[in-house]
Design a protein. Structure first.
Length: 122
């Protein structure tokens, strides 16, 4: 899973993945809210991919993508703050969020198009 998320992308592998895996037992069983709160302290970090129990039990190893930005106050229809993504989709999500080409809600919506709710790619 880490290898798939860390693999360089592009036709010739020219785009290095900006992935920083954290493998620390202190995070075992951490809730998405706890991870989001810890990651939210880094203002440059817009998304975190969490390998939780569901990830480990999934044949597709679907990571939980968490929006770390400030929660917007939307009364009628709050934006999605998480979705599942394949390890191969990590780079695409990260890059597009960093250059503001797409926002988190775009990816969350795209994930709903998959029968299992997992974003593979756009």
């Amino acid at each position: 899973m880490v290898a798939a998320a860390s693999r360089a992308r592009g036709p010739h592998g020219e785009y290095e993945a900006q992935v920083h895996p954290v493998d620390d037992p202190v995070w075992a069983g951490a809730t998405p809210e706890a991870v989001r709160a810890a990651a939210g302290r880094d203002t440059d970090l817009g998304v975190v991919f969490l390998a939780d129990r569901t990830t480990m039990e999934s044949a597709r190893l679907a990571l939980l993508a968490l929006d770390t930005g400030d929660e917007e106050e939307v009364l009628d229809d709050p934006p999605a703050r998480e979705f599942r993504a394949s390890p191969a989709a990590v780079h695409e999500v990260h890059v597009n969020l960093m250059i503001a080409n797409l926002d988190f809600a775009d990816f969350a919506e795209a994930a709903t198009e998959d029968p299992e709710g997992i974003l593979e790619h756009l």
